[in-house]
Design a binder for this molecule. Structure first.
Ligand code: GPW
Length: 851
């Protein structure tokens, strides 16, 4: 008999206890059966049991939708989008799948019958964390939008065995733990045993003459591995379309080296296997600072090579091997940053060496098929691979890149002849635009500039927010822009309104739906603008505030679980969650919290009663080798433990670091946030996407004039945003003038406090203090001191605004109302129209289905 939790009423218990009778609805039965036959468990007794049974049951509905979509796409043969990305930060799938497929009624009722709550059951799922941060999550939002818009398109990436590390705190310091996410199986993937490709590395290249006299390059790799496909169905919302994310797992050619095995050398017998499996073993945990390790290049080539072979073999199966000219009308690839840029050389290799096309024809096809999205302008973040490393691992690709670069520089020389007639001038410009160039820090070493290779090899190059795309055009790729102005575009990022409002904040979603009279805003977010007319309506404001309060209570519960402390839920909830990076300036946030603390300390108890209470939350991971970022985390926890324990101030100010920030934690934190911080040095944050998620959930922004903050301010009303700080165009000048910069006395005081050990650990914090304090050129690179006073002023304005709750709520509503533009549906429509030239292809509705 079933054990049923106390919440189930007695009559239901009776019905369920007649196990095997028809009174148990089909879905309930299915959940139980999945648990019974896949896990050998006879009763649904924990949320985890319920999760496993539910997920494996939902999987079948998902696969049905997937099969119907792909049957249709095969028949119609539309042009396809292939989104190549080293990262897909999917998070959890259960809620999203159930809601996107329109199955929430079925499963919510079935789970209730089993004494379980959908929300709790969903929390038993582990995040799929195959990405670092914004770039990987953007890829995930894009898949949701492509499917929702019925665009034929797949994601292609790596099935990392270990995703983003789990972060724990040990004595306030970050500790990294492996993310073992596949242990209890993954219901959201289907292994395709019939889809495998060989990927080679190293070895040598020889020339051979073919019968017709044509010279061909023959690459004999020293090492080969198998790329094994796993498909992850991607359900669109409110459509039968279910698309695909195909991830590659690396397998050895043979289980073990038989000769070594037979000779009894078991260690050696396993070596090749370990080398192969290492390729898809772990995600590099670096965000915006590339890891120059050979294994990382191996990962990049591994997934690009498998993906291109996969696409080309399907193309050949439909169109034969004689019509490669048709490829650009059937396939378009989007390179998510430079990580998949080896695709330029790989597509050339497949077309020229394998398919026998002439170089020029292949080049025409390659450049028509590829497009490149840039996500950063920070020079240290742009990928460059030593020619030596590339030549050893990918000898044929290095040759191909050299030929591409020869053609490119020759073309440039001719093109620039009239503009730069002086040979030295011209040579200088060509050197500055060469794909292969000297390492400026080590003249002995030559580098392949992956961004330049991507720009030369692509039809379109885009940035991810208006200001960023302008910096791309006017600064980092200006020489290229002057030659190919029409190649450069902007595609401002977006986020999926399904996960980031409708599913993570159903209470606010319901309120919006009631107010607007329909839920059509979920796939037409421009309709949210109609909320503007209600922004000042006191009755609506009260309902709006009630939702925010409920979400704050929930976050307070989480803080209680993590830190064991109660927080005042009437306080202003002030949040900064993102990867820890010097350019994102979590340090500046901490400095302002220290200043707030000091001011509170100086007040009389009577004066303190007038203060606006705040609960500050900071969360984010530091790359394992990013020393400064780890020190910043320790500063947050050290400052937190001092101020949270201070009886004078603890009613007015708290600071908590929430460990292991990830997609699921974001889904809890964002709906509860009242103020969110996006305070990067102007010109450094390409776009930011959490700013959009906060705005969508009615959270006010304190931020710099950077990335998508600017466009959010335009849509929301700049008077509703707490904007501060220097502008991007002034950064270079200010960096040069650091010698003459006079720091604010409040800044000096805080620096003395940290150095003097007010928060303990003074040796450990010294490099942090030094990094911003020595007024010489190059120090305080991210200009914290320059923005400090303006930031404190903006924080003052935040307090004043919060005192006027009607004004605060009006602004809060205006943020949601102004979020229409930031749906990834809008972004994807623009990519489809301006770059991909791909249209929708919707399968017929499923018989008896919802849509
Ligand atoms: F450096 N971004 C990221 F450009 O999350 F490659 N990881 C990265 O490695 C890079 C960029 C890279 C982020 C940007 O920092 C953020 O501003 C942007 O919103 C996001 O990519 C999506 O475009």
């Amino acid at each position: 008999a079933l054990r049923v939790s106390a919440v189930a009423e007695a009559d239901k218990t009776a019905a369920i206890n007649k196990s095997g009778t028809s009174s148990v609805p089909a879905t309930t039965k299915d959940i139980e059966n999945k648990l019974r036959y896949l896990f050998g468990r006879n009763e649904v007794s924990t949320p985890n049991d319920a999760y496993q049974g539910t997920a494996w049951s939902v999987r079948e509905r998902l696969i049905d939708a997937f099969n119907k979509t792909h049957e249709h796409w095969k028949k119609e043969d539309p042009k396809f989008i292939y989104y190549l990305s080293a990262e897909f930060l999917m998070g959890r799938s259960l809620t999203n799948t159930v809601f996107n497929l329109g199955l929430q009624g079925d499963y919510a009722t079935a789970l209730k019958e089993l004494g379980q709550k959908m929300e709790q059951v969903a929390e038993a799922e582990r995040d799929a964390a195959l990405g670092n941060g914004g770039l990987g999550r953007l890829a995930a939002c894009f898949l949701d939008s492509m499917a929702t818009l019925d665009l034929p398109g797949w994601g292609y990436g790596i099935r990392y065995k270990y995703g983003m590390f789990k972060q724990a705190l040990k004595d306030g310091y970050q500790q990294e733990l492996p993310d073992i996410w596949l242990t209890s199986g993954n219901p959201w993937e289907v292994r395709r045993d019939d889809v495998r490709h060989m990927v080679g590395f190293g070895g040598r290249v020889e020339r051979r003459r073919e019968a017709g006299g044509r010279e061909v390059a023959v690459w004999t790799p020293a090492e080969q591995v198998i790329a094994q496909a796993y498909d992850n169905p991607i359900p669109g919302y409110s459509t039968p379309t279910t698309s695909n994310l195909r991830l590659w797992d690396a397998l050895p050619l043979s289980e073990f080296d038989l000769a070594a095995f037979n000779a009894g050398d078991y260690d050696r017998a396993m070596l090749a296997r370990e080398r192969a499996e290492a390729i898809s073993a772990v995600l590099y945990p670096n965000d915006s600072t590339p890891e120059g390790k050979e294994l990382r290049l191996k990962q990049q080539y591994f997934f690009v090579c498998a993906s291109l072979q996969d696409v080309l073999s399907r193309f050949k199966a439909t169109h034969g091997s004689a019509r490669w000219d048709l490829l650009p009308s059937k396939a378009v690839f989007q390179l998510n940053d430079t990580h998949p840029t080896i695709a330029v050389a790989e597509l050339m290799r497949l077309l020229v060496d394998v398919e026998g096309l002439e170089w020029d024809e292949a080049w025409g096809i390659t450049t028509k098929c590829l497009n490149y999205t840039n996500h950063t302008v920070m020079p240290e973040a742009l990928e460059k691979w030593p020619v030596k490393v590339m030549a050893k691992m990918l000898p044929r690709h290095m040759e191909i890149i050299e030929v591409i670069n020869e053609g490119w520089t020759q073309w440039l020389s001719a093109h620039l002849a009239s503009e730069l007639p002086a040979p030295e001038e011209r040579a200088k410009r060509i050197a500055a635009m060469s794909i292969i160039h000297e390492n400026p820090w080590n003249k002995e070493e030559m580098l392949v500039n992956m961004a330049y290779l991507a720009v030369v090899g692509s039809s379109a190059v885009n940035g991810v927010a208006a200001i960023h795309s302008n910096i791309v055009k006017d600064e980092i790729f200006n020489d290229f822009y002057k030659i190919f102005p029409s190649k450069f575009q902007n595609k401002t990022n977006g986020v999926t309104p399904r996960r980031w409002l409708a599913w993570c904040n159903p209470e606010l979603a319901d309120l919006i739906t009631q107010q607007l009279g329909s839920d059509a805003w979920i796939n037409d977010t421009e309709q949210l603008t109609a909320l503007r007319t209600h922004a000042s309506d006191p009755a609506f404001q009260q309902r709006w505030a009630a939702v925010k309060s409920a979400k704050k209570e929930r976050l307070a519960g989480l803080i209680k679980r993590v830190w064991g402390e109660e927080v005042n839920t009437a306080a202003l909830f002030d949040i900064q969650i993102k990867r820890i990076h010097e350019y994102k300036r979590q340090y500046l946030n901490v400095l302002s919290i220290i200043w707030r603390y000091k001011q509170l300390k100086r007040m009389s108890p009577q004066q303190r009663l007038q203060a606006v209470p705040r609960v500050c939350v900071i969360g984010g991971k530091a790359a394992s080798a990013y020393d400064m970022a780890k020190r910043i985390i320790r500063l947050v926890t050290a400052v937190g433990s001092v101020i949270n324990a201070d009886p004078d101030t603890r009613d007015y100010l708290r600071l908590y670091f929430l460990p292991d920030y990830n997609v699921s934690l974001a889904e809890t934190i964002i709906p509860a946030a009242e103020l969110s911080q996006h305070i990067s040095t102007a010109g450094t944050e390409a776009s930011g996407t959490s700013n959009m998620k906060f705005a969508l959930n009615g959270c006010l922004i304190i931020g710099t004039w950077d990335g998508a903050n600017i466009e959010i301010a335009e849509e929301t009303g700049v008077e509703n945003v707490f904007v501060f700080g220097v502008r991007a165009e002034d950064i270079n000048g200010l960096r040069k003038e650091r010698k003459n910069f006079k720091t604010d006395p409040r800044w000096d005081e805080i620096m003395r406090d940290i150095e003097g050990g007010m928060f303990g650990d003074k040796e450990y914090f010294k490099p942090l203090v030094d990094s911003v304090n020595n007024m010489k050129v190059g120090n305080d690179w991210f200009l914290l001191a320059n923005d400090f006073a303006a930031y404190l002023d903006a924080q003052q304005q935040v307090d004043e605004c919060y005192r006027d709750q009607a004004e605060w709520l009006r602004r809060s509503i205006m943020y949601t109302a102004g979020s229409g533009k930031f749906s990834s549906d809008r972004t994807i429509r623009q990519y489809a129209e301006d770059i991909w030239h791909v249209g929708p292809c919707r399968p017929p509705p499923a018989a008896g289905g919802q849509q």
